[in-house]
Design a protein around this ligand. Structure first.
Ligand code: HEC
Ligand code: HEC
Ligand code: HEC
Ligand code: HEC
Ligand code: HEC
Length: 491
């Protein structure tokens, strides 16, 4: 079964290897046997064109058949061409040895070279997925805050988690992400919601390509790529120039050269923003601005995290021009009401993070938010809408009667916090001496329970009357509460 799917993959057929990539400089990526040698001796290619060219990436290239641990995967340390040493990517490390840029951006685009480093076959080479995924080695227009942005950094095995997700018996050895039945979205659902049926169902935060509609991330990214291509010179096949032969078209025009590199970095990645949406959008936005495109404030992210009685909103911009700020709006019935205003940066070329906490009272169910971004001159545009489910928590502090009561050996004490608070629940005996501190912690708003178990706590208590008290002070210190109640232990 593994074999069937594997045989259909480009790792088995290597359609490009036979055609083009037959020289030692194409090691260790386009030849299975060269990768195998590299995994044994990580410094010397040992590539022999006659025997190594066009060798597929077979089972034994990735798996050492004599090793059982971690499927015997031949993982080797990976350093990207900009010197970044890759870590914490699990089994994705295997993929990143080959699926990485062949250029170091610091030496590829320099201010001094006559052609700004424009070489034959200009660009990062065809598979810069590791660089894109990790937020490394793109042309960042001098913005170091972009370095390391990694929208999918939480995935345990990086590339492997998505490209080798379980999708029926061993079909994960085909590595591609879709077939005639559609997109493989099973892995996406766990984080992006069960309703997703295609990659493009994940909506962009705002209208990135400026066509007046907020579409899926991949469609918006494709729109930005098209906007960028429209500003770049073409070769005689109509493609954005990439060959030395066309270098005269770009001589002395650094913004054009940078734009071309960015164009190829994004299109060669081939995920249209899925690998790392924030990084992709940021570099495209900067490329467009540097070529004089007038683009509005771009939200690279807009998220809402519900908690009891409140929702925390977070968003980011890459560049801003005349941005007065953001009105946070919540839907109420069919109209939108303003929950507050957050001032913008005016004009900025750096990434800016914003946050706003919407305190809600007595709202249970779904609430919808959007941002109204307002320019200095009063024009505005809306972000995407986000719906989150909130639960109205308690509106006041309260301490309930324990149950059961009388009890033996254990009983439950329930209490309510309208705000996140520092909480102490203490048990006293009839003389007022402390028998046990049940809770001493910072706790979220909501209804909580503490269990008093006279058996498991190893206490030797006699039957009789005891007291329990709740002391709570909201984390911001603005509200506090104290109450004591009586309970009876009957053995
Ligand atoms: C030895 C180098 C090497 C390793 C290791 C490697 N790849 Fe590849 N991969 C390639 C090359 C080269 C191609 C293009 C093959 C061709 O078309 O000739 C490719 C093709 C692909 C494709 C298909 C692209 C298409 O056009 O359909 C996907 C997807 C892919 N690799 C993902 C992965 C993942 C995920 C891993 C890690 C489990 C991985 N690769 C490990 C070198 C490698
Ligand atoms: C660092 C690893 C690496 C090296 C070195 C490398 N390649 Fe590649 N190359 C790749 C990967 C990975 C892909 C597949 C990318 C994908 O499918 O997205 C690829 C794709 C290609 C493609 C396909 C472009 C297309 O049509 O999509 C060509 C052609 C190619 N390589 C030629 C070469 C040649 C020639 C050399 C040597 C001079 C070379 N490569 C060296 C990793 C490498
Ligand atoms: C491009 C590298 C690569 C190649 C080629 C490859 N594998 Fe794998 N294989 C992996 C990775 C990575 C995993 C681990 C997947 C994970 O972590 O879930 C794996 C896992 C497995 C597993 C464990 C079960 C599973 O599917 O997760 C089996 C069995 C397996 N491979 C067999 C094979 C066989 C047989 C071949 C040749 C037909 C082969 N592999 C070729 C990378 C590769
Ligand atoms: C969040 C899941 C996810 C992760 C993680 C991920 N990919 Fe992808 N990858 C995708 C999706 C989705 C596409 C786009 C497929 C499409 O639009 O048809 C894609 C496209 C690709 C392609 C183009 C070929 C194809 O099948 O369309 C290659 C090659 C690739 N990824 C390799 C990698 C490598 C290497 C890594 C690790 C550095 C990686 N991916 C990490 C989801 C992922
Ligand atoms: C382990 C959880 C996880 C998995 C699995 C996952 N993602 Fe994500 N994804 C995230 C997180 C977290 C973000 C970042 C959200 C943010 O910063 O706005 C994100 C962001 C994105 C974005 C950018 C959204 C935006 O508004 O900019 C896209 C597109 C995306 N993921 C696609 C996918 C696809 C397609 C898959 C499946 C192939 C997938 N993701 C699998 C957690 C995940």
């Amino acid at each position: 079964m593994v074999g069937t799917y594997y045989n259909a993959s480009n790792h088995a057929t290597m359609p490009l290897a036979g055609k083009d990539a037959t020289s030692a400089s194409c090691f260790p990526c386009h030849s299975g046997s060269a990768y195998y040698k590299y995994s044994q001796n990580q410094t010397t290619p040992g590539y022999v064109a006659a025997t190594d060219a066009s060798q597929p990436i077979t089972c034994a290239v990735c798996h050492d058949p004599h090793t059982a641990a971690n499927y015997g995967l031949r993982l080797v340390p990976v350093t990207l061409k900009n010197g970044y040493s890759v870590s914490s990517v699990g089994n994705g490390q295997l993929c990143m040895t080959c699926h990485q840029s062949r250029k170091n951006i610091a030496t590829t685009i320099t201010a001094t070279a006559p052609y700004y480093g424009f070489s034959d076959r200009f660009g990062p080479h065809h598979g810069p997925q590791a660089d894109m995924f990790l937020g490394q080695n793109a042309y960042q227009y001098g913005d170091s805050t972009l370095t390391g942005i990694n929208t999918h950094g939480g995935l345990k095995d990086a590339c492997v988690t998505c490209h080798m997700q379980t999708r029926g018996t061993n079909s994960n050895h085909q590595w591609n992400m879709s077939d005639s039945t559609g997109d493989y979205v099973t892995v996406c659902k766990s984080c992006h919601g069960q309703s997703i049926t295609s990659f493009d169902d994940i909506k962009a935060s705002s209208d990135w390509d400026g066509n007046g509609k907020i579409e899926g991330v991949q469609t918006e990214v494709q729109g930005m790529v098209n906007n960028l291509a429209a500003l770049l010179p073409k070769d005689n096949t109509g493609a954005v120039v990439s060959m030395m032969a066309d270098s005269l078209k770009v001589k002395g025009q650094p913004s054009i050269v940078k734009g071309i590199y960015t164009y190829y970095f994004v299109t060669s990645d081939r995920s249209l923003g899925v690998h790392n949406a924030k990084y992709t959008v940021a570099i495209l936005q900067k490329a467009l601005n540097s070529l004089g495109a007038t683009t509005p404030v771009e939200l690279t992210t807009f998220t809402a995290s519900p908690a009891v009685n409140q929702v925390a909103l977070n968003w980011e911009t890459v560049t801003e021009a005349n941005n007065k700020g953001f009105e946070v709006q919540r839907k109420s019935g069919t109209s939108w009401i303003s929950e507050g205003f957050v001032n913008g940066k005016g004009t900025s070329t750096k990434v800016t993070k914003y946050s706003f906490t919407d305190k809600l009272s007595n709202i249970n169910g779904n609430v919808t938010y959007r941002l109204k971004q307002v320019d200095m001159n009063g024009t505005y545009q809306y972000s995407k809408e986000i719906e989150v489910s909130v639960s109205a928590g308690p509106q006041t502090f309260a301490l309930s009667q324990n149950y059961p009561n009388p009890f033996n050996p254990s009983t439950t004490i329930q209490y309510s916090l309208p705000y996140a608070s520092n909480v102490k629940v203490t048990i006293y005996n009839i003389t007022g001496a402390v028998v046990k501190v049940l809770v001493s912690a910072a706790q979220e708003a909501g209804v909580h329970q503490a269990i008093m178990n006279t058996a498991s706590n190893g206490m030797n208590l006699s039957s009789g009357v005891y007291f329990y008290s709740l002391q709570a002070v909201s984390l911001d210190g603005s509200h506090s509460f104290k109450q004591t109640k009586k309970m009876i232990l009957m053995k």
